[in-house]
Design a protein around this ligand. Structure first.
Ligand SMILES: Nc1nc2c(ncn2[C@@H]2O[C@H](COP(=O)(O)OP(=O)(O)O)[C@@H](O)[C@H]2O)c(=O)[nH]1
Ligand SMILES: [Mg+2]
Length: 189
């Protein structure tokens, strides 16, 4: 089974940090396959692509997961179609800082529009919300972020991605959600 997971969120929310830390953690477990592929500008901003593959086995079933991030200005990015093509699930990385509070909602709306162009409904795909940067002294309380950033009312994870906190939990949650959805789709058909 091949799955594609895309991390989206405002620029500087911590998407690259998540995916880099995740790659290291999965490599330690021996389930990252190949290299971590990244193209960045001099300022460490994602230029086109960041991705890696993870491969493991659950109950005899081989699962290959491609993990990607969306680059800055995703709505205008020439590769946005390629990145979202065939996406199975998404992680919404939310910047908890007070100053970025309103950006999160704009990104949500933009991402929904990009997906719609490709025939996907963001609100019916498997999603996990990650509230990142919980270490910041001005982190907005979760109760305040939830109504805006979690329209799915889906599972959320509190994270400090730079410290590795919540990174694996987020990945587990999205993979589990995708797999459960696939199993129930099979049962219903
Ligand atoms: N305080 C804090 N900073 C973080 C956290 N996660 C990422 N950052 C910092 O936020 C900045 C942007 O992170 P990056 O992963 O490049 O964001 P991206 O634009 O979404 O890919 C970097 O300076 C990171 O070190 C976190 O949990 N807490
Ligand atoms: Mg980035």
């Amino acid at each position: 089974m091949k799955l594609k997971v895309v991390y989206f969120g405002a620029s500087l929310a911590g998407k690259s940090t998540n995916v880099k830390v995740l790659y290291e953690k999965l490599r330690e477990k021996g389930i990252a396959k190949g290299d971590y592929i990244s193209m960045e500008t001099d300022e460490n901003r994602t230029l086109f692509v960041e991705m890696f593959l993870s491969s493991f086995n659950i109950e005899g079933q081989n699962i290959d997961i491609k993990v990607l991030t969306t680059p800055g200005q995703f709505r205008l990015h020439p590769l946005r179609k390629v990145i979202m093509k065939g996406v199975d699930g998404l992680v919404f990385v939310v910047d908890s800082s007070k100053e970025r509070e309103n950006i999160n909602f704009l990104v949500l709306r933009e991402t929904a529009a990009v997906l719609k162009e490709q025939g996907f409904d963001l609100y019916s795909l498997p999603v996990v919300v990650q509230y990142n940067k919980r270490d910041l002294p001005d982190a907005v309380p979760i109760e305040e972020l939830q109504p805006v950033c979690n329209p799915w009312d889906t599972e959320y994870v509190e994270a400090v991605a730079i410290k590795g906190k919540g990174v694996l939990e987020t990945f587990h949650a999205i993979v589990k959600k995708i797999l459960l959805e696939k199993v129930s789709a099979k049962e219903l058909s």
